[in-house]
Design a protein around this ligand. Structure first.
Ligand SMILES: [Fe+2]
Ligand SMILES: [Fe+2]
Length: 304
């Protein structure tokens, strides 16, 4: 398989690309048969910190799809409805792509199911649809969950932008199929980074809603990530519980370009709270589309 490489940003204004946003779900396939357990060679910590994505995204992105389908009848703008439908199509495929990695981990002797069961409980029960609400409370409940998703999508775009600009992973000879998964998904996250935010503002333009979304989603994501990394390192049959994740070690690994900088990630969350913030200010749509034009999986999905 050809190695996927970071794509240089082109000088097209992001807002203009966004104006003509047509989101195309790309029905990608990845072959995991030869994926090593530590797909960044000799870097189990970096591998498993990134692997937390596979623990969270199948359930998380299925939840995005459910909430956005519930939100569809509330949308009063045809262009936005089209974008939400495109978003739903892309997230549904993302969830299944990461699910396949989970299944592969299980085949390698690392059983992710105890953690995934907790994640499923969170997204299905705690953050799921609440039957029996009257129309006004139901609408409020949907908008609140859209705001949680808008804040999460800020981080998925941040991580996607990092994946597209992470030559450290190439230097470390990370597995090319996993790199393509991360960069294909990352590119689509950058491509659709405005949709959840625009939907939230369409349903409730109030600043408080945005703050509340980040106040819940930001700490929740950090918590899930730390627990997920601990879980994977403990469950890895080759490590015998000897490796424990620490912030200091994550910072060191980030300096080598194998993880996003933890401090930079938290700063990014704070940018979301700036009054004039819009997701188009972060990342580059033209760089994302540039990667999708060369991604081995996306090209195969397009028949090219
Ligand atoms: Fe996604
Ligand atoms: Fe997304």
């Amino acid at each position: 398989m050809p190695r996927s490489t970071p794509v240089p940003a082109l000088a097209a204004p992001a807002a203009r690309v966004h104006d003509s946003l047509v989101l195309e779900p790309r029905d990608v396939r990845f072959d995991w048969d030869r994926l090593p357990l530590h797909w960044i060679p000799d870097e189990p910590m970096a591998t498993h910190v990134i692997n937390v994505l596979h623990l969270l995204l199948p359930e998380g992105e299925r939840w995005f799809v459910k909430v956005f389908k519930e939100a569809l009848p509330l949308i009063r703008d045809d262009q936005l409805r089209e974008e939400v439908l495109g978003f739903i199509g892309q997230e549904a495929i993302h969830a299944e792509a990461h699910q396949e990695v989970l299944d592969h981990l299980l085949g390698q002797g690392l059983d992710p199911r105890p953690y995934v069961r907790q994640v499923a409980w969170l997204f299905r029960r705690v953050l799921g649809d609440k039957p029996g609400l009257g129309p006004a409370r139901r609408r409020e409940n949907i908008i609140e969950r859209v705001a949680f998703i808008a804040a999460i999508e800020h981080f998925t775009a941040f991580l996607g932008n990092w994946a597209l600009n992470s030559p450290g992973l190439d230097r470390a000879e990370a597995d090319p199929t996993m790199l393509d998964l991360l960069r294909w998904h990352g590119a689509e996250e950058v491509e659709h980074r405005s949709v959840a935010f625009d939907l939230m503002v369409h349903l409730d333009p109030g600043y408080l809603r945005r703050v509340r979304g980040m106040a819940v989603s930001g700490p929740l994501l950090v918590h899930l990530w730390v627990r997920g990394a601990r879980f994977l390192l403990a469950a890895d049959p080759t490590l015998h519980g000897r490796l424990k994740p620490t912030w200091r070690e994550a910072g060191r690994i980030a300096k080598r370009g194998l993880l996003p900088d933890p401090v930079g990630s938290i700063r990014s969350g704070l940018r979301y709270l700036r009054p004039g913030y819009h997701p188009t200010q972060e990342g580059s749509s033209s760089q994302a589309l540039g990667y999708l034009a060369t991604s081995p999986a996306a090209r195969a999905a397009a028949g090219g």
